[in-house]
Design a protein around this ligand. Structure first.
Ligand SMILES: Cc1cc2nc3c(=O)[nH]c(=O)nc-3n(C[C@H](O)[C@H](O)[C@H](O)COP(=O)(O)OP(=O)(O)OC[C@H]3O[C@@H](n4cnc5c(N)ncnc54)[C@H](O)[C@@H]3O)c2cc1C
Length: 351
């Protein structure tokens, strides 16, 4: 093992694969406020079936036993150190930023499982549910609840002109049709104006003047990138106006010698998808293995074919694969059965 220190900030989809790949090649430090990796794309299934969640949360120490895990958020970066919220200073020879999107989520697996149980209790005890946001999270949640709890009255409010705006219009139409069949009421082009984080249930008002009565709501609007903390660091000039880290063809942060970025946090022009984030990790792993062994060969990242699958319950899905729209059992067979949990666990080498 090379005597170089590699620090990875963020143990999500990209950071976990990188940590696992590099753990025998260098001294690897993984900084993450959570002690576990979370299979993000399975999280909506966990809300309707909390026992499913056990397999979707994997402690970093389980898939990367040789990595030094530091359970804290990174808050500062200098030319050779990362500072954490708990005041720890972690030196590095190579640094990789993989912080994806910002989400306030518990730091232990036990607490996260309890969150899923609470959300499940909330769904079960409600007769009517409001879902706010018609991106992949809102649509997948509506699909999960409508499938597992067909008696509930579900209303989905989305402020954009169509659902799933991140992919083509045909996918939006297929999702609309599927939701209509399941009696989910979709309100487009309006936002909910009286959301109160301290209060669940009651009369919700929309910008278009509608009143929606629901026993509870779930907020499924897009999450911001986890880059605001970098605005106070030496990387502030490497952020673009959307808060993404600007990278070159080697996924090296522009203007930096020994700092890389991977996953959703980068400005790579492609769909923000986990399988692409894992490809970033593969490319940067090769470069770092070369660098820690005294070579200078850096890998070039070439974006793969663009694919997005949005599940609609356990047997439905819509997808866009290389610009082609698809719906029904074929994309559902790919994702909706076990939400890629077996595949993701296999990638990380856990049973
Ligand atoms: C509903 C839904 C369904 C999806 N379905 C699919 C799918 O089917 N297939 C697919 O390929 N993709 C899918 N995606 C997209 C996929 O989840 C993301 O592209 C992927 O999670 C991005 O990986 P990442 O590693 O960049 O970020 P994340 O996986 O978001 O990981 C970021 C990590 O950084 C940590 N972090 C944040 N801030 C800090 C900090 N300051 N210091 C240290 N650590 C920090 C977080 O705790 C987290 O562990 C889906 C997304 C959603 C919302």
């Amino acid at each position: 093992m090379a005597n170089k220190k590699v620090v990875i900030v963020g143990g999500g989809v990209a950071g976990s694969v990188l940590a696992k790949t590099l753990q025998e090649q260098a001294q690897v430090y993984l900084i993450d406020p959570k002690e576990y990796f979370e299979i993000t794309w399975a999280s909506l299934r966990c809300m309707v079936e909390p026992t499913f969640a056990e397999k979707t949360l994997i402690n970093h120490s389980e898939y990367a036993p040789n990595v030094h895990v530091i359970t804290s958020a990174a808050v500062g970066i200098t030319e050779n150190e990362v500072k954490t919220a708990q005041g720890r200073v972690v030196p590095y020879d190579y640094l990789v930023i993989a912080t994806g999107h910002d989400e306030k989520t518990p730091s232990t697996k036990r607490e996260k499982l309890s969150v899923y149980r609470n959300e499940n209790g909330k769904i079960k005890s409600a007769e009517s549910i409001l879902i706010v946001g018609g991106g992949p999270t809102g649509v997948e949640l509506a699909g999960e609840i409508a499938t597992d709890f067909p008696g509930k009255k579900i209303t989905l409010v989305h402020r954009g002109p169509r659902l799933l705006e991140f992919i083509g219009e045909k996918a939006s139409k297929s999702a609309m049709k599927w939701l209509a069949k399941k009696n989910v009421e979709v309100v487009l082009g309006e936002s909910v104006t009286n959301l109160d984080s301290n209060q669940d249930g009651g009369v919700y008002r929309t910008s278009g003047g509608k009143s929606i009565v629901a026993d509870c709501h779930f907020l499924c609007t897009g999450k911001p990138l986890a880059s605001s903390w970098m605005k106070e660091t030496m990387l502030k000039s490497s952020l673009d106006n959307k808060g993404r880290l600007m990278v070159d063809a080697n996924l090296k942060v522009k203007g930096q010698r020994n700092i890389f970025a991977i996953g959703d946090i980068t400005d790579v022009q492609e769909l923000k998808q986990g399988y692409l984030a894992q490809m970033h990790a593969g490319v940067v792993a090769k470069s770092i293995i070369s660098l820690v062994n005294g070579k200078q060969k850096l890998e070039v990242y070439k974006s793969g074919s663009q694919m997005a699958i949005v599940s609609l319950g356990r047997k439905g899905a819509v997808a866009e694969i290389s610009g082609m729209n698809m719906s029904g059992w074929i994309p559902a067979k790919m994702k909706s059965g076990d939400m890629f949990v077996t595949k993701t666990r296999k990638t990380l080498g856990v049973k």
